[in-house]
Design a binder for this molecule. Structure first.
Ligand SMILES: [Mg+2]
Length: 259
């Protein structure tokens, strides 16, 4: 993994500024710091301003595990062109077919673990998030949730998070598929994707030179991402670099046009 903001790799972002690129970002842990209470997750004002600047210069996407409406409300009016929720499902072609199976999953999980202290099932229509942040015994809660999920009669895709177990119907598109669809939709030759979590590895694993560049928030040897930024605070520096590079490019081409 290479540090994308290092001087030695400055050409990577500089080349992107000249390319037909889609800038795509995860929300929690990437644009917004991770907080204990997920309902309070928000971008720093500096990040919000920088994202607005980048959105004015590049087509941008936010791809989150939250429901689409939830993440949209947290963007504070920044005109992000594409917003995808539910880990890549919302929107996607034929997503309606997952609604019924998610409802059935919720009913069964409510019956199995809904009564456990501190366990809360969030119904995001196309996926479920079973939270146990408020549980006094996290280990016991997680075990009970995992047992209930594996007892479900329908096939699922389970993504373990921090004090949450995400349950998706089998066959639901993941973030990598969502980004590919956005690239096709936007006609972008290349995408830059920034994310911090397990579900972002679905994007990083589909990295191809000249087509997709992955940046992980936090260096981790096991990640499939080629690049990293040190921590969530550095998202500001990354966005500022993108903004600065394309502004410079605009100045340069304006100069060329006038001579
Ligand atoms: Mg994240």
């Amino acid at each position: 993994m290479r540090r994308i903001l290092a001087r030695a790799h400055a050409d990577v972002l500089a080349q992107l500024a000249w390319a037909n690129v889609l800038v795509a970002l995860d929300f929690d842990g990437t644009l917004a710091p991770i907080v204990d209470d997920r309902d309070r997750a928000a971008m720093r004002p500096s990040t919000r301003a920088l994202l607005a600047g980048v959105c004015a210069l590049y087509p941008c996407a936010v791809i989150s595990g939250r429901s689409r409406a939830d993440v949209e409300a947290r963007l504070g009016g920044v005109p992000v062109r594409y917003i995808v929720g539910n880990h890549g499902v919302e929107p996607s072609v034929g997503m309606e077919r997952f609604e019924e199976v998610v409802r059935a999953m919720r009913e069964r999980l409510e019956a199995a673990v809904g009564g456990i202290q501190g366990v809360e099932i969030e119904d995001k229509r196309f996926s479920l998030a079973v939270h146990f942040r408020r549980s006094r015994s996290a280990t016991r809660a997680r075990q009970a949730i995992e047992a209930a999920v594996s007892a479900l009669p329908m096939k699922t895709r389970v993504i373990a998070g921090k004090r949450v177990v995400n349950v998706l119907p089998e066959g639901a598109p993941h973030k990598g598929i969502a980004l590919e669809a956005l690239q096709a939709l936007s006609g972008a030759d290349i995408a830059l994707y920034v994310g911090d979590d397990v579900t972002d590895e679905d994007v990083f694993e589909s990295e191809r030179p000249g087509r997709l560049i992955g940046v992980r928030v936090g260096r981790r040897a096991s990640s499939a991402a080629s690049y990293y930024i040190d921590d969530q605070r550095q998202i500001d520096a990354l966005l500022a670099r993108l903004e600065g590079l394309r502004s410079t490019q605009a100045v340069a081409s304006a100069r060329r046009a006038s001579t």
